[in-house]
Design a binder for this molecule. Structure first.
Ligand SMILES: [Zn+2]
Length: 443
């Protein structure tokens, strides 16, 4: 049994509780077992080693609730011959032919390796990845699993099944998810798990979606789909299915608490209402929504309606502090309302909100009974830190360079800014070599 006290200047147990000065946590093996003042914890655990986090806040690790780890390989990729003009052409002229369809297993593994290290150093302790690489099937998810387990990160992995490349690849996509779900099932306490994922209503037929959802229900896992990332899907669905995307999911019996709908940028009032009524979980990618010109998702409206909202990087800008900044600022501009998203709402989405959206019950909060997934963040601001301003200071003025330590499941993964057991230069070089190969395909 390993006991550790982590004593910071401040402790944030969750976004919904006020930060507490001179408090810390006690971790035994993989769990938070107590929080309290430094004095209380030292008295209760007199023999426990102490990690001194003076000048720092101890807070929950981030949950990156939607990423594409392979996405890093497209950072800086040469422009497509026909530059995208809207969300549809972003997919059809650029992302599908030049990125997704060109990926092979070596590329996916190198990007996953880099991505795990990059997430750890920016305080991410759990993530949900969606792989889109029809030519890396089968076996890509099991290869990713091995990498994630080596980094000792908490990861949900999935393959985005789609019918756009034909029925054989479509079935392979479903089988890929089932193979991972079944491989992880014998170890429910393991750090890696699988879930079901299909792309959209414009690349998957209703019967395919119903089949995939049924497979997820049989195995007791959640289902994920990208929903209305721009205006394209809602309009397409209306034209071809006679109703908008969420209405179709509702009519198919798919919209429910076991569904994760990512993006949700362009929602009709009825779709917003259906998300609330059906208790669909939503994940929000503020910066990637800007990249594809999709719009700005009605996240404050969803939060005010009581919807569970998580935050994700989408594999685009991966420093999770930057993602939080996007969520904090974008909605104020759209609604012309400086109160539109509080720092606490953003931190909630970045931690417990994301965990709830993904169905990770013991994650995102530092209270007894929760997993010891935490980060230690430097507070050397040029202005005083108070219980009132701490969360906003962190959301607005920190970045990955301020993350000193990261613990996942009770194990230190980052100490003194160093991702343990990882040669970042080597991982970066391998990623660059694979990106170079990717950029040559189809040109
Ligand atoms: Zn995505």
């Amino acid at each position: 049994m390993t006991t550790t006290l982590i004593l910071g200047d401040w402790l944030v147990t969750s976004a919904s509780r006020s930060p507490r000065a001179e408090h810390g946590v006690c971790v035994i093996d993989g769990d938070v077992v107590a929080t309290g003042t430094h004095g209380e914890l030292r008295a209760s655990y007199p023999d426990a080693p102490v990690v001194n986090a003076a000048g720092h806040v101890v807070m929950p690790g981030f949950v990156n609730a939607h990423t594409h780890l392979y996405g890093v390989l497209a950072h800086g990729i040469p422009a497509a011959a026909k530059p995208p003009t809207d969300f549809w052409s972003f997919l059809a002229d650029y992302w599908w032919p030049l990125v997704e369809d060109a990926l092979d297993s070596d590329m996916v593994v190198a990007a996953t390796d880099w991505g795990c290290a990059e997430m750890l150093r920016s305080g991410v302790t759990s993530f949900y990845d969606i792989l889109e690489a029809p030519n890396a099937l089968p076996g890509a998810l099991l290869a990713q699993k091995e990498v994630v387990e080596r980094h000792k990160l908490r990861g949900l992995l999935s393959f985005e099944a789609t019918e756009r490349a034909g029925p054989d690849v479509a079935r392979l996509g479903l089988a890929e998810n089932l193979a991972l779900i079944d491989a992880c099932a014998p170890d429910p306490q393991g750090l890696v798990a699988g879930l079901m994922c299909w792309h959209t209503t414009f690349t998957c037929s209703p019967s395919f979606i119903v089949d995939a959802h049924g497979m997820a229900q049989d195995r007791g896992v959640r289902s994920h789909a990208h929903v209305n990332e721009g205006v394209h899907e809602g309009d397409w669905c209306n034209e071809h299915r006679g109703m908008r995307t969420l209405e179709l999911y509702d009519s198919l019996g798919v919209a429910g608490p076991d569904m994760i709908a990512s993006q949700c940028v362009q929602l009709s009032p009825r779709e917003l209402e259906l998300i609330r009524e059906c208790e669909v979980n939503v994940t929000h990618m503020p910066l990637a929504n800007c990249e594809v010109g999709g719009g700005i998702a009605p996240i404050p409206e969803l939060i005010n309606a009581g919807v569970t909202v998580g935050l994700g990087s989408d594999g685009y800008v991966n420093d999770f502090f930057e993602v939080m900044r996007g969520a904090f600022l974008l909605h104020k501009a759209r609604l012309q309302d400086p109160t539109a998203m509080s720092a606490e709402q953003v931190l909630h989405a970045a931690t417990a909100g994301g965990a709830r959206a993904l169905g990770l019950d013991r994650i995102g909060i530092l209270e007894p009974g929760f997993a010891a997934d935490l980060q230690v963040v430097n507070l050397n601001f040029p202005t005083p830190v108070t219980a009132h301003n701490l969360v906003e200071q962190v959301v607005l003025w920190r970045n990955y360079t301020h993350v000193r330590d990261v613990m996942v499941d009770g194990l230190w993964r980052v100490r003194n800014h160093e991702v343990l057991g990882v040669d970042l230069d080597q991982l970066g070089a391998r990623c660059r070599a694979q990106a170079t190969r990717l950029w040559q395909v189809g040109r």
